[in-house]
Each structure stands twice: as structure tokens, then as C-alpha cells.
Ligand binder design. Structure first.
Ligand SMILES: *Cc1c(COP(=O)(O)O)cnc(C)c1O
Length: 496
């Protein structure tokens, strides 16, 4: 049976997978959810003999029903190719009593590449299927990581353009360098004289501007979004959990059907939700261990049943998890509310007006498979050092939050189930914090000196993504006032 999608805030209107990908968000603000999740058609043993691309096809064909076999395979083969620095695409590394699923072997050395390298292909295929003649213009505001991953994904993809706004003084030096050196004639990167919220608000305003939409349409363009709530990002993330299980089975680390745990360093709740969906598909997962940093709104939610964003926003060394509204959690809330769109809409309204909501005891009981924990800044640094000292393996700050919460989980439960930790970024992406944990005496060294030092310590080659930006030419120099964001968009599209 074909999977159709409907909103978490309205069960009635359904769309196909390709329409959901094009639209991103449902019109009334809800998120698209599948009306059911089919069971895997291949046995786990069969999957254990497959390549990453083959597993991707087995998983994605079930969720993206209206894509043909040829279409989907073309998307997969265009995405998971030599852009990744290993044939395995997502290798598993055993260290310190766990299996680290390295999701950072793509172009921007963070896990966003896993989905953003295929999203452009899914989107252009979806546009063709739905007779969209316009060129798709991806509009993104970024605080650093998503912008670069989206740029790399969409660069030079025919039929698309991508425009990224970032806060001129609000991203790290390496992050800015990564973005402003982006190649591809269809890319446009603009620094704004404001903060991330200003960039986000400006982008949202353009998305909601009907006159602008009409003007774009008249010129053969339409906006779309590469945001993490797009199901075109969620579905490709289910793949690597199935692949990780298949690899464990292939190596003999687990038996067929044996349950595993997964630990996920969490921000917007997309990555861990993909694992939850993979279980619905039949993957034997026992516990979903949700790891937060000092912004521990999810830890509090799992402990108390109350989600409360009314708190101080804390800047940490794991910035991609510095989030107070985990958008994808709405899909889980909808699920545990018994797929009741009205009940879910009421919770989200309360989040919007009061900044919080409390779920019922009945709903809380359905969260038994989740374990929430959090790591402080000191604990995060300590575990990076400990794992390096014990086995020479260097993890990044986000992965360290997960490793720390996994230790807490083991201490609290004595559960010795084999466990996969989602390793979401290369330590090279957060070199300064990682080196501060391992070699504090180098604290005053400049960025690239630290990169060289990390390479010596970890015996891991410096990834191309870092090596390239050392010498890359700055190609994007536009800086604008917040009020002029729309003018810049029109200028780039030539519709002034
Ligand atoms: C985005 C990101 C996360 C958080 O993932 P979510 O899907 O938003 O929960 C964790 N680590 C890194 C390095 C990221 O870039």
C-alpha cells in the first residue's frame, strides 16, 4: 500500500511523498507524517550483504512510494558517490565499549550531509513528477552548519538555485570561510548585519510574501526549503540505522534479530526520530537514548512530561544542539497522542502562546523506549579526553555529549545491550574545543595550527573539507542590512 502524508495538525488532507518534499511544511503549520510505516521487505540477513546504496533503496522505496525504481536509484547514486571519502558512506568504529556510527564522511564533515546530499535530487525529481516548470529557489537562514551542507548539496544541481543568509558576526571563522568560498554559479551567500533570528525572520517573511511569490512565478521561479522538518531529510536518515544494524550483523557482533540501543546527540530531534521510524519498519532497537547538552529541554521533557522552552539559551561547545524548540518532536507528540491531530495542535498552540505544554500520563507511558540524559560542558570535555587516552580515538563535542549520556545510561541501568552511538561531526569541524579538551596547552594556537596538531594526535588525515578552505578563494562578498534581504534575492535572480 502506498504511503501518503498528512499534517500533524490535520488528518484529512493527504499528499504524496513528492508533494510533501516540494511543500516542506503543511499549509497550517503542521509537519507531514506518513499514514503508516511499511515493514522492511528484505530480511536483516539479506540487508547485511548489501551496500549502503542498496540498503538506501530498500528503506526509501517504502517511504517514498510515488518515486519509481529508476528515479529513486538515480537519486541515491547521485548522492552517495565519491563525494563521500569512504565506500562505506557511514562506517562503524568500535571504541570504548560502543559502536560509533560515523556520519561525517560527506562534503561538509557533519551528519547533515547524509540527507542534504540527496535532498536536491529528490526535490528536482519531485518537481518533474508534479509538472513544476519553475526553477526551485532554496532559501535558507543558517547559524553555521546547515547552510554549508545545503550549499554543497544544491551547488550545480540543474533546475535549482540556493541562497543562504548568515549572521555576519555570528558564525565561527571556519564556518564563514566554508560558506563564502562556495563554488557553483547557482549559489549565493549573503552575510547580514544582524543575528541568526534576524536572518530567520527575514527568510520567513519572504516565504509568506504572496506578492513576491507571484513575481517569482512570473519569472519562472518558486521558493522551497531545505529545513530539517522536510520529509526529504527525515527519510534518508532512517537508512543509516538499518545499515549500522546490517554491518553489526555482517561482522558477527550481533545475531539476527538481536536488539541494539542507539544514542543520538539531539537538537531538532530529526536524527533520533529517524531511528524511531526505523524501528517501526522492523529494526530491532531496544532503547533510544536522547542526549542533550546544557540546553536540556528534552531531558526535562523525558523526566517530567512537561516541555518548557522558557529558560535561558546557553551557548555551548556543541552549538548544533543549542536549540530550545526541537521542531521534529511534534511528530512524536502526534504519535503518542494516538495520531490525534486536534490534541497535537492544542499542545503546539500552548507551546506557541505559553512556551510550554504537559503531556498526559497515558502519553508518557508510550515513551518507555526513550531515555533522556544531558552532559555539562566539563563532562563533555572530560569524555573526549578519556576516550582519547584509553583508545586513541578522537570524537567531536556533539558525539561526546552522546558518549557521556551513554555512560550515565549504563550506570543507571546495567544494560549491556550492544549500542550504536551516532557520531554526528568530525572532530576537525570543532577543532578548537576538541583540542582544548585533549591538549589545553595549545589553547592560544591559531585555527590551522590546531588542525595540524589534531592530525598528529589522532593519526586521522585532515579531511578535504578543511584542507581546501585554507587556500580557497573568497567568492561571496555580499553583506547587507536586514531590510535589504529581499532586494538581494531579487538581484541574484535578475528580477529587479
Ligand atoms: C544538526 C546536528 C545535530 C542535531 O541533530 P538533530 O537532528 O537536529 O537532532 C547534532 N550534531 C551535529 C553535529 C549537528 O550538525
Amino acid at each position: 500500500m502506498a504511503v501518503l502524508y498528512h499534517s500533524t495538525r490535520n488528518n484529512d488532507a493527504t499528499v504524496t511523498a513528492s508533494q510533501a518534499i516540494l511543500q516542506g511544511l503543511s499549509t497550517e503549520g503542521g509537519l507531514f507524517v506518513p499514514d503508516h510505516i511499511p515493514a522492511l521487505e528484505k530480511s536483516l540477513t539479506e540487508l547485511s550483504k548489501m551496500s549502503y546504496q542498496e540498503v538506501a533503496y530498500e528503506v526509501m522505496k517504502l517511504m517514498l512510494s510515488d518515486f519509481t525504481e529508476d528515479e529513486l536509484k538515480a537519486c541515491i547514486n547521485n548522492a552517495y558517490d565519491s563525494k563521500f571519502d569512504t565506500d562505506k558512506i557511514a562506517p562503524l568504529v568500535k571504541a570504548e565499549g560502543a559502536y560509533y556510527l560515523e556520519l561525517f564522511h560527506g562534503r561538509t564533515i557533519a551528519f547533515k550531509d547524509m540527507a542534504l546530499s540527496i535532498l536536491p535530487h529528490l526535490m528536482t525529481t519531485a518537481a518533474k513528477k508534479n509538472d513544476v516548470k519553475n526553477e526551485i529557489v532554496i532559501l535558507t537562514a543558517t547559524s553555521g552548519d546547515t547552510g554549508k551542507a545545503a550549499l554543497e548539496g544544491f551547488a550545480s544541481v540543474p533546475g535549482t538555485r540556493i541562497i543562504v543568509f548568515y549572521p555576519k558576526n555570528g558564525v565561527s571563522a571556519i564556518q564563514e570561510k566554508q560558506m563564502v568560498t562556495q563554488k557553483g554559479a547557482n549559489t549565493f551567500v549573503v552575510g547580514i548585519k544582524g543575528n541568526f533570528d534576524d536572518a530567520q525572520t527575514g527568510v520567513k517573511k519572504m516565504f509568506g510574501d504572496k506578492e513576491l511569490a507571484a513575481l517569482l512565478d512570473a519569472n519562472g521561479f518558486q521558493f522551497s526549503s531545505a529545513n530539517s522538518i522536510n520529509i526529504g531529510r527525515l527519510v534518508p536518515q532512517m537508512v543509516y540505522y538499518v545499515y549500522a544494524y546490517a554491518q553489526l550483523l555482517a561482522s558477527g557482533a550481533i545475531g539476527d534479530g538481536e536488539e541494539i540501543n542507539v544514542v543520538v546527540p539531539t537538537g531538532n530531534f530529526g536524527n533520533i526520530l529517524a531511528a524511531y521510524y526505523a524501528k517501526e519498519m522492523g529494526l530491532p532497537i531496544k532503547k533510544f537514548i536522547c542526549a542533550s547538552n546544557d540546553n536540556k529541554v528534552l531531558f526535562d521533557f523525558f523526566s517530567t512530561g512537561t516541555y518548557d522552552k522558557n529558560r535561558e539559551f546557553i551557548l555551548t561547545t556543541s552549538p548544533s544542539m543549542d536549540i530550545l524548540i526541537s521542531s521534529n518532536l511534534e511528530r512524536l507528540i502526534y504519535k503518542i497522542a494516538g495520531e490525534d491531530a486536534e490534541a497535537n495542535a492544542a499542545f503546539m498552540k500552548s507551546l506557541n502562546t505559553e512556551g510550554k505544554y504537559s503531556i498526559t500520563e497515558e502519553m508518557k507511558a508510550k515513551l518507555a523506549d526513550f531515555f533522556g540524559g544531558y552532559a555539562t560542558e566539563q563532562e563533555t570535555a572530560d569524555i573526549i579526553k578519556k576516550i582519547y587516552d584509553n583508545c586513541g580515538y578522537v570524537i567531536d563535542t556533539h558525539t561526546a555529549v552522546a558518549a557521556c549520556v551513554y555512560e550515565q545510561y549504563k550506570a543507571a541501568t546495567d544494560d549491556n545491550t550492544k549500542t550504536v552511538i551516532a557520531s554526528t561531526a568530525s572532530p576537525y569541524k570543532f577543532t578548537r574545543s576538541v583540542m582544548a579538551a585533549i591538549a589545553p596547552e595549545k589553547a592560544d594556537d591559531e585555527d590551522f595550527a590546531l588542525v595540524d596538531a589534531l592530525s598528529k594526535l589522532s593519526k586521522v588525515e585532515i579531511p578535504d573539507a578543511i584542507a581546501e578552505i585554507r587556500t580557497a578563494e573568497v567568492l561571496h562578498k555580499t553583506v547587507c542590512e536586514v531590510e535589504d534581504m529581499c532586494k538581494e534575492v531579487k538581484g541574484f535572480l535578475g528580477i529587479n
